[in-house]
Design a binder for this molecule. Structure first.
Ligand SMILES: NC(=O)c1ccc[n+]([C@@H]2O[C@H](COP(=O)([O-])OP(=O)(O)OC[C@H]3O[C@@H](n4cnc5c(N)ncnc54)[C@H](OP(=O)(O)O)[C@@H]3O)[C@@H](O)[C@H]2O)c1
Length: 256
């Protein structure tokens, strides 16, 4: 029986826990406020789900999905995550997370920063380049003709293979983007970042620019539509996007 632990059970954690339960995988959810605050989500997920502390979720998981705001990375339980295949969904948004000089300068990537804190975890960056609402919309059974591909990056080949196996069971193909040092290739506003999974990627990027302008000017904000049905992204197309993208440092981004 496989178990998937979650540290962070918000938009991404919940979306992935639903797919896991549907795939016959037990889930252990956790958040910062305590297991009792997850009772409703656990009830919705059914008998394969329970809630626990982050340490317990980490120890219980054959894999652990860490899906918290980047600013919380130093609070992650390093001892409990030692030796675990850990999928890191984090993105860096300075307006939310505060500024990290090493990220603004491109000296390192978000997942390398997290890996530095969790030195003994086998970190694989995954699920950070797809919007939460496209996770259920684009997940497909393993034999479907229109499977969507997601990039992964990591420094441990066996951990990457194990993460790819999990991701496949959850409904997606994977493309290996290389070690964590290359994971900038699918960080915010690069070519593979969220827009290609929308039905109209150009309109989505234009929407980011409009949102950024509204934030700057104090005008009413129009969030990108969360009812977009999504567009399957085949592996070959994702490989091209990963190969051809340029790096987007904080200063190059419209939304940071
Ligand atoms: N939303 C998206 O579409 C999307 C897409 C790709 C990647 N991401 C990235 O994935 C990460 C999570 O995003 P999200 O939208 O799922 O965030 P979210 O809805 O705000 O959920 C964050 C979760 O992290 C938990 N958390 C915060 N600090 C924690 C700590 N110290 N220990 C344990 N749990 C903690 C929160 O628990 P409490 O509520 O109890 O504080 C909450 O369950 C972010 O880095 C985000 O940038 C998001």
């Amino acid at each position: 029986m496989a178990t998937l632990g979650f540290i962070g059970s918000g938009n991404i954690g919940t979306a992935l826990s639903r797919l896991a339960v549907s795939a016959g995988i037990d889930v252990v959810l956790s958040n910062s406020r305590g297991p009792e605050t997850l009772a409703e989500t656990v009830a919705e997920l059914g008998e394969r789900a329970r809630a626990a502390t982050p340490e317990e979720a980490a120890r219980a998981g054959d894999w652990v999905i860490v899906s918290v705001p980047l600013a919380a990375y130093r609070k992650l339980p390093a001892a409990a995550l030692a030796g675990k295949v850990m999928l890191d969904t984090s993105n860096y948004y300075p307006m939310r997370d505060g500024n990290f000089e090493v990220l603004d300068s491109g000296e390192t990537t978000t997942s390398e920063l997290v890996q530095e804190h969790l030195a003994d975890a086998k970190l694989v960056k995954a699920f950070n380049n797809i919007s939460d609402f496209h996770i259920p919309a684009l997940a497909r059974p393993v034999d479907a003709a229109d499977r969507t591909a997601l990039p992964i990056a990591g420094d441990d080949p066996q951990a990457k293979a194990s993460a790819a196996d999990l991701i496949s069971r959850l409904g997606f193909d994977t493309v290996d983007a290389g070690p964590l040092a290359e994971s900038w290739r699918f960080e915010p506003e690069t070519d593979p970042y969220t827009a290609p999974y929308f039905t109209d990627p150009d309109a989505t990027r234009a929407g980011w620019a409009k949102l950024a302008e509204a934030i700057r000017s104090g005008a009413p904000m129009e969030m990108p539509p969360s009812d977009d049905p999504g567009a399957p992204l085949p592996a070959a197309q994702l490989r091209t996007l990963l190969a051809e993208t340029s790096r987007k440092l904080t200063a190059d981004r419209v939304l940071a």
